[in-house]
Write a protein that binds this ligand. Structure first.
Ligand code: AMP
Ligand code: MN
Ligand code: MN
Ligand code: MN
Length: 287
């Protein structure tokens, strides 16, 4: 089995809410020493062929990727899929349905922001959108920064876009079971993304991990741009407790916004099983 020393299995391109193209991301990953890469756009596999071709051009091994929005316990949880067949009909249809409500949600967000005194947010956000089916809160955040309402996108989320704030519109995404099944029946592995980011009670978190496992989920992100070192330690323990493999990914979106660059994370704790070892048959080799 090939040994990979610097896999980065989570990032976003202009096909969802990143600011770089798949080709520029691939070059950046390679320059930072990534030897196994996955592009994981939100609810969308439209960038996979470009990403795989760009990885090959850079001499980097590739796994297909996606990050699916899931509604669980009254919040949004993200499930990453890796190593699936990106042309699988059930997966493609499921993602299409998951994306479906984004346009209407965006219009409601703009209406609410208008009531809060910020006009033109829908058109403003659209200006930042690379894929019309994938308008996201991130695009609104970029518009509010451009409009001078906030100094950076973190401030926008804090003041306008999270639950309880004026621009937040509750939305129903995919179910946990559907997301895991779409990925696994397409030959991939499902991964709980950045678990420390969800504000779940201990009981809800236990339910998330056990239901995920029952549905056939195989891994959890332990080392991610969204986790502190202490959180990585605590989710390493969760991986062991639930018999899950571990993944590693920066969640890079943009040079101006992301504090963790591609390929710059610490390694996975040595006692964990890397998710890419489960997917050796699904890796598109470097050469
Ligand atoms: P959406 O899928 O439209 O709800 O947008 C979710 C995206 O918003 C995430 O994938 C992140 O890229 C971004 N995001 C969520 N929370 C924050 C935050 N607190 N600060 C910056 N970006 C965030
Ligand atoms: Mn995002
Ligand atoms: Mn996420
Ligand atoms: Mn992400």
């Amino acid at each position: 089995m090939t040994t990979y020393t610097n896999p980065d299995l989570h990032c976003h391109s202009v096909v969802s809410d990143g600011t770089l193209t798949p080709e520029v991301l691939a070059a950046r990953a390679r320059a930072n020493g990534v030897d196994l890469w996955a592009l994981t756009d939100h609810d969308e596999v439209g960038g996979q062929q470009r990403a795989a071709a760009a990885a090959q051009a850079q001499g980097m091994a590739y796994l297909t990727g996606v990050e699916i929005s899931v509604t669980f316990a009254h919040t949004t949880v993200h499930i990453v899929g890796l190593g699936f067949d990106a042309s699988n009909a059930a997966l493609v249809l499921g993602l299409e349905r998951t994306r479906g409500g984004r346009g209407e949600r965006a219009r409601e967000m703009a209406d609410q922001l208008a009531k809060a005194g910020i006009a033109g947010a829908y058109e403003g956000a659209l200006h930042f959108v690379g894929n019309p089916e994938l308008i996201s809160r991130t695009h609104f955040a970029r518009f509010l920064v451009e409009a001078g309402v906030c100094k950076d996108t973190n401030e926008v989320f804090r003041k306008y876009l999270i639950e309880g704030k004026p621009g937040f519109v509750p939305h129903r995404w995919a179910s946990l079971g559907d997301a895991v099944h779409w990925i696994t029946q397409a030959g991939g592995a499902a991964v709980i993304a950045h678990p420390a980011r969800y504000r779940l009670s201990a009981n809800e978190e236990f339910a998330l991990f056990s239901e995920f496992k029952q549905h056939g989920g195989q891994a959890v992100e332990v080392v991610t741009g969204s986790h502190s070192a202490a959180e990585a330690v605590s989710y390493a323990a969760m991986a062991q407790e639930f018999g899950l493999a571990a993944s590693r990914g920066s969640d890079f979106h943009s040079p101006d916004e992301s504090h963790t660059d591609l390929g710059t994370l610490p390694p996975l704790p040595a006692h964990l099983q890397p998710v890419w070892d489960l997917l050796s048959e699904r890796i598109q080799p470097a050469h």
